[in-house]
Design a protein around this ligand. Structure first.
Ligand code: ADP
Ligand code: MG
Length: 728
């Protein structure tokens, strides 16, 4: 029974790290399989190259005849690199990436064949889209969805396939993917931020959102992972007692990387280099077998593509090294979970980071403008931000005393807090020359270019300012960054539009000078958004109480959190910005509720199976051993056998009690599922799964874990936490 566990352990112990050849410099490998600028120059006509550049810079459509030139150049390049197939590569709302490969190969009659890839095939494809989630946008009889080339993210070759980053939309043009709304939000924030940046520098004509994600993950040996049905099917453990030693000693964080893992990382990084993913840092994370990978930040759309691609590659490279990557936010109870910090900023085409303090008072006023507007945007939309990171798996992490709480707040550090406190006192109306000089010299002028407490020090904040960027830390490790990035860029776009309106109006109606007007509006924003600022310990109970007093939301579970996706303010905002229409928003809400239901349902089934098919039979086996033992004792000791079998009898009793609790728990859980399944409305059903089904997980698990501690290790069938986390 326990043979699989011991076989897996034996296999794991015999593994050796793979040899990784790293003779070539990374700078030389970088982007080798990417249809990059320099490749385009080589393989495209001047006209075609210009047209891609223009599409990139201004979003201008690419002419069909030119698309033919581009596709021909792309094909030549791809074939020269050994590619045989092409695919539109897109990110449907399933949470992974999708591709359907077609060969370049085509017959032309008379037994002849050529390699062909036309502009039409580059620009648009029609995959059979009926099996992707669509939340009712596409009626099943109208199973048409289109993928369309996104020229702002370069094509790349993976294996022998040319991959063309694409959007995925229904025949009515509604977004069925993550990328489409993101691109729209990025356009909105570009426009809004450019308009505001022009207050400070007329030469700015484009603002890009930048994103640097940090991907946390666990690596588990594949044999060990396969020996656990829960890891195999749910990507996390549904039961398992904490090992005697976990992460208490903090000896894993930043410690030396185990050699098999290091080989994996080097292999992975090589693949990343070839694909132009600029990965830079790797290190151990807090928990045993937990690691992190982070790139140099990039334009947000590209960074999102790169993260999706990376997650895919990570799993494939892991196969080679006999590892399984767990992206789940909480694969092990009682041990740190995984997140995906989203570092975000805005940068101009003149090369200025708008969230980086500058060397002059004017530059700092620009910095403060974007800084305060972002805080205001987060303040006004905290519940929406929370909604964008909601998922069944992230629910196990948020608020679990080690990850940011389900409350959104911003941490800005003491230096900037002082600056905002000063700015709050700025005179209402026109500022006197003396006040302005004072402000410039002693407040705005005092912000150093490099903030001393630019600090990662407060790791408990869900949305922290870290010196020259904001870091959205509550994002889950399985998430597609597009969702939080769509929301964040949209709310900042809306905020900047409002800001500009207010400043312009003060200038026009109150005849204020521009910087007076800016100071006036910022002062009000500081006052209005104070509630979202929190410098203390975000994990503490006091903060929960304080946040409630401040009226901040604290939506602890996904169905609750998702409500904010479909409230009137959200729909209005997205509609006005052109990011999503009501149909698209409702569809997403529906899809996420369904996803939630499915996840909880699947986990509930797995837990029931493991507990009934693995745990209870093992418990009975062990109980029988004890019973035999007691019988034997009775034979030998006759009258005082009770004295000698006292402990055994206790254990026998305890096993029976726990079996009873587990089995009746499963029966009740199944009943709760049946009841939930009868509900038609997706939201009601999600709440039923959340409130009536999920609570059984804990009780069932509790008794299973107690049995794990009680039962003979030799016959325990499930690979233990200690083995999963510490075998290398
Ligand atoms: P750490 O937080 O570990 O001290 P950094 O602050 O250098 O490290 O950066 C963490 C992440 O933030 C990296 O992925 C980095 O690329 C990203 N990052 C740095 N600057 C920006 C920026 N202006 N916009 C977006 N991401 C950024
Ligand atoms: Mg970080």
């Amino acid at each position: 029974m326990a043979t699989l566990r011991f076989q897996a352990l034996k296999e794991t112990l015999n593994r050796k790290p793979l040899e990784i050849d790293e003779n070539e410099r990374r700078s030389e490998l970088f982007g080798r399989n990417v249809f990059s600028e320099s490749v385009m120059r080589q393989f495209l006509t001047k006209e075609a190259y210009q047209s891609v550049k223009e599409a990139n810079a201004t979003g201008k459509k690419i002419d069909r005849t030119i698309a033919d030139h581009i596709s021909t150049g792309m094909k030549e390049w791809a074939i020269s690199k050994g590619a045989t197939h092409y695919t539109h590569w897109f990110q449907p709302l399933t949470g992974s990436t999708a591709e359907k490969h077609d060969a370049f190969f085509e017959t032309i009659g008379d037994g002849l064949a050529i390699e062909k890839f036309g502009g039409g095939q580059l620009v648009q494809q029609e995959p059979d889209a009926s099996s992707f989630p669509n939340g009712g946008i596409r009626n099943t009889f109208e199973a048409r969805g289109y993928t369309a080339w996104d020229p702002t993210s370069p094509a790349f070759i993976y294996g022998t396939t040319l991959c063309i980053p694409s959007v995925f939309v229904s025949y009515t043009g509604d977004a069925l993917d993550y990328k489409t709304p993101l691109l729209r939000a990025l356009q909105a924030v570009d426009q809004a931020a450019t308009d505001v940046a022009k207050y400070f520098d007329k030469n700015v004509s484009k603002v890009q959102a930048t994103l640097g994600w940090e991907q946390e993950y666990f690596l588990i040996d594949s044999a060990l992972a396969t020996s656990r049905p829960d890891i195999q099917l749910a990507g996390r453990t549904l039961l398992g007692h904490s090992p005697a030693k976990g992460q208490q000693l903090d000896d894993h964080y930043f410690g030396s990387i185990p050699s098999r893992v290091l080989a994996y990382m080097r292999d992975l990084e090589k693949e990343c280099m070839l694909l132009g993913i600029p990965v830079k840092t790797r290190h151990n994370e807090v928990a045993p077998n937990q690691f992190e990978l982070a790139p140099i930040f990039e334009e947000a759309n590209l960074a999102v593509d790169h993260n999706s691609l990376l997650m895919d590659i990570m799993q494939r490279v892991a196969d080679r090294h006999s590892f399984v990557v767990l992206f789940h936010e909480k694969p092990f109870a009682g041990i740190n979970g995984s997140g995906k910090h989203n570092n975000w900023s805005l940068s101009t085409d003149t090369g200025v980071n708008l969230l980086g303090p500058g060397s002059t008072p004017m530059k700092n006023l620009q910095f403060l403008t974007f800084f305060i507007n972002t805080i205001k945007a987060v303040h006004d939309n905290e519940e929406l931000l929370r909604a964008t990171i909601a998922s069944a798996s992230n629910d196990f992490r948020l608020g679990a005393n080690e990850a940011p709480p389900a409350i959104i707040s911003t941490f800005i550090g003491s230096q900037l807090t002082e600056v905002l406190d000063e700015l709050e006192k700025v005179t209402d109306g026109k500022l006197s020359p003396a006040e302005k000089t004072e402000l410039k010299l002693n407040v705005v002028g005092k912000i150093p270019e490099i903030l001393l407490d630019n600090t990662d020090r407060n790791r408990t904040s869900s949305f922290a300012f870290t010196g020259n960027k904001f870091e959205f830390r509550a994002v889950g490790s399985t998430a597609n960054c597009a969702e939080p990035m769509t929301a964040l860029n949209s709310i900042v776009a809306k905020q900047l539009i409002d800001f500009k309106k207010e400043v312009d109006s003060l200038v026009k109606k109150k005849k204020m000078k521009k910087d007076d007007a800016i100071f006036n509006v910022l002062r009000e924003y500081i006052k209005q958004s104070k509630n979202i600022r929190f410098e203390g310990d975000g994990y503490s109970e006091e903060w929960e109480k304080e946040a409630a007093k401040r009226g901040l939301s604290n939506n602890r579970n996904t169905p609750e959190a998702l409500k904010a996706l479909v409230n009137k303010e959200t729909i209005d905002m997205y509609r006005k910005l052109g990011v999503m229409n009501e149909i698209e928003i409702e569809a997403r809400h529906e899809i996420q509720l369904e996803e939630y239901i499915m996840r909880v349902q699947i986990e509930s089934r797995i837990l029931g199976d493991i507990a009934r098919n693995h745990v209870i039979p093992t418990a009975i086996r062990y109980q029988n051993i004890l019973i035999k033992n007691v019988r034997g004792l009775k034979e030998i000791f006759a009258d005082d056998f009770k004295e000698h079998s006292k402990e055994q009898l206790e254990i026998i009793k305890e096993i029976s009690e726990r079996i009873e609790k587990i089995n009746s728990g499963i029966t009740e859980m199944i009943e709760a599922r049946k009841k939930a399944n009868k509900l038609e409305d997706a939201e009601e059903k999600a709440f039923a799964y959340c409130n009536d089904v999920k609570p059984f997980f804990e009780t069932i698990r509790y008794h299973c874990d107690k049995l794990e501690l009680l039962i003979d290790d030799e016959i325990w069938p499930l690979t233990k936490y200690r083995e999963l986390l510490f075998t290398r």
